[in-house]
Design a binder for this molecule. Structure first.
Ligand code: HEM
Length: 211
């Protein structure tokens, strides 16, 4: 692919940030499912042994949160809702048949929904995770609070797994998206088709004379 036919969508530090978050997510999601369902106990071996999984799971969870926060500050502005999102939502039938609708910016409403759901669920996981973290923090809370924390942690964990499954499905479904997060670039037709406003904005920026 010639350089002039492509646009940069993610820089190398952004991609590293994303994949560190994704790798941490994989480890905590798999070990978490291992703790939760007796028939899935064998999944704890993803972190070595069940004992090690019990020790490492919360630390990796905190690392995932910290890594996502960097992404959050990078992308939150692009995920703010706008008028075009209403057009997108009204035409959801067309969207699911792979037609693009509206003057979409860097992200569409579906992506924005994933983004805000992820930060909300990650915040809930962090707060409830601290409440139930033995032996460090849990003794500071009463038993009913720890039990409530456990319930919240389980629901938020399952919620995040579902959200990320949708995210992965959408990434594979929209051809050309995975290249954006693996190699950093997208083609011009991809940008024009899926994110026309973002395409125009990047063109305008590129044409601005540098001081
Ligand atoms: C194997 C798992 C994953 C795959 C294959 C994947 C794939 C992708 C791809 C292809 C994009 C670029 C989409 C675009 O620019 O249009 C993207 C963006 C993004 N991903 Fe992932 N991802 C994965 C896991 C995760 C996880 C675990 C998180 C967070 C907990 C996450 C959060 C994000 C965010 C915040 C963006 C930027 C989009 C936005 O702000 O709306 N991803 N991902």
């Amino acid at each position: 692919m010639k350089r002039r036919d492509t646009l940069v969508r993610y820089t190398a530090p952004e991609r590293i940030n994303h994949w560190v978050t994704a790798f941490c997510f994989l480890l905590v999601a798999v070990s978490g499912l291992g703790f939760f369902f007796p028939s899935f106990n064998w999944l704890m071996y993803i972190l070595g042994t069940p004992q090690l999984a019990r020790i490492l799971h919360p630390f990796i969870g905190v690392a995932m949160f910290a890594s996502f926060i960097i992404m959050f500050f990078h992308y939150w502005r692009h995920n703010l809702p706008n008028r075009e999102d209403i057009v997108w939502a009204k035409n959801i039938r067309k969207i699911v048949t792979n037609k693009d609708v509206g003057d979409i910016g860097r992200y569409n409403l579906g992506q924005k929904f994933i983004f805000w759901s992820a930060i909300l669920l990650l915040a809930l996981l962090l707060i409830s995770g601290i409440i139930i973290w033995r032996p460090w923090f849990a003794p500071a809370f009463s038993i009913p609070v720890v039990r409530f924390g456990l319930m919240l942690h389980s629901f938020a964990g399952v919620g995040l797994i579902i959200i990320i499954m949708i995210h992965i499905y959408a990434a594979l479904w929209v051809k050309g998206s995975v290249t954006a997060m693996v190699e950093g670039w997208v083609t011009r037709p991809w940008a024009k088709k899926h994110h026309p406003r973002w395409y125009r904005e990047t063109q305008e920026k590129a044409q601005k004379p540098t001081d």
